[in-house]
Design a protein around this ligand. Structure first.
Ligand SMILES: [Mg+2]
Length: 392
């Protein structure tokens, strides 16, 4: 079997352009789907996939690790910058899909078979609608409470929220009280049995990340995400050691060695590897093994499109330390028109049962994708009160 073509299919999904990667083989009807979505870098990733394809055309797609090594090492520049690692991931996911299809088994069987009966998923507040998750007004803690209630009514037992505002490196009580009011309103709305996660989007400095974390300790968060820049491993480690709330991070790390440094410093208790950015399923398996050695849990970052979700779930069924999967369902109303999924979702509890179809178990409707061609993503920039630059 040989790879004959690698295509990218870009689908504009409001906040992101989903980049779907189709690896086609010389066996009639046998192809694989991957995803390489990277908001605000769509053209770069599409170009990187085109560059990588020159290494792969004519190769056997079932030599997945061999081809991963080729993509990572054989353009001289190692494939660990965010654009290349995302491009590699998109192709790697598609190769595993081909492998499963060629053997007639779901991908999780390729990695030892399911280690659990179902996977718990969590929602973004507002289901991933951009306006609700990222643009809730600063003083609107009531809205946080309402949206939290909405998530629980949809069957979720856990949800994530951006309840912490953007702050300069040091600020006083106002943003801290704002965060406390938001989380308090959500806890009041849903009670003690629902798990709440707070994502800081790596906006705070380590000092502010610690202040927010300490202030939110009484609400017993399930996890506390990206409390400072991912580059600040010492900051993450300091915060993780100072809190009983477990710190989660890892969505912006792109290769194994970065995770090694993070784990060695005990910068987190939950590893949020992103399968579409960390080099794909091949690298994710290595990161997961390293996390296992440190007894660090896995909860993949997955706000992208439906192929990312299928890959994150297939992976989860094979990983003992996997605790929960991020899902977005309401970013665009036509999500279900694009994909037919192989797994089944139980609305009560929003839990997923394993896919039984070969590969990732998904079918992609290319005609539907054509209805949503590339558009420039909406910029979501942050400026502080003095007009200096902040993190989104
Ligand atoms: Mg995050």
């Amino acid at each position: 079997m040989k790879i004959t073509k690698i295509e990218t299919h870009v689908c504009h999904a409001k906040m992101r352009n989903w980049i779907f990667v189709k690896v086609i083989t010389d066996e009639p009807g046998l192809f694989g789907w991957g995803e390489a979505t990277l908001e605000w870098h769509t053209r770069g990733v599409v170009g990187a996939i085109e560059d990588l394809s020159q290494l792969l055309i004519g190769e056997d797609p079932t030599r997945v690790e061999y081809l991963w090594q080729m993509m990572y090492r054989q353009h001289f520049w190692h494939g660990n910058g965010i654009v290349r690692s995302t491009a590699i991931a998109g192709i790697d996911i598609a190769l595993w899909d081909i492998m499963g299809k060629s053997l007639g088994v779901p991908c999780n069987k390729l990695w030892g078979g399911p280690v659990r009966d179902h996977i718990r998923t969590y929602a973004h507040l507002g289901g991933g609608r951009m306006e609700d998750f990222y643009e809730t007004a600063d003083d609107d803690h009531k809205r946080f409470g309402e949206l939290a209630q909405e998530a629980v009514e949809k069957g979720y037992t856990a949800f994530k929220t951006m309840a912490v505002p953007s702050t300069m490196p040091i600020e006083g009580s106002k943003p801290i009280n704002y965060a406390i009011n938001n989380v308090s309103a959500m806890r009041e709305a849903v009670g003690e049995d629902i798990d709440i996660m707070v994502d800081c989007h790596a906006r705070p400095s380590p000092a502010m990340g610690l202040k927010f974390g300490k202030a939110l300790e009484p609400f017993n968060l399930y996890f506390y995400e990206e409390p400072c820049w991912p580059e600040s491993i010492k900051g993450l480690s300091m915060i993780n050691k100072a809190l009983t709330t477990p710190v989660a991070t890892g969505e912006r790390l792109t290769h194994l060695a970065q995770f090694k440094d993070l784990f060695e410093a005990r910068g987190c208790e939950i590893c949020q590897l992103d399968i579409t950015h960390c080099g794909g399923l091949s690298e994710a398996k290595r990161i997961a093994a390293l996390a296992e050695a440190h007894r660090i849990a896995l909860a993949p970052h997955n706000p992208q499109g439906p192929i990312s979700t299928a890959a994150s779930l297939e992976f989860g069924f094979s990983q003992p330390s996997y605790i929960i999967c991020e899902t977005v369902t309401e970013d665009v109303p036509w999500r279900k028109d694009i994909v037919t999924e192989g797994f089944t979702m139980e609305p009560k509890g929003q839990i997923v049962f394993p896919n039984t179809k070969p590969g990732l178990g998904i079918e992609i409707n290319e005609e539907e994708i054509k209805k949503h061609p590339f558009k420039q993503e909406i910029l979501q920039r942050t400026f502080y009160k003095d007009n200096s630059i902040g993190d989104w």
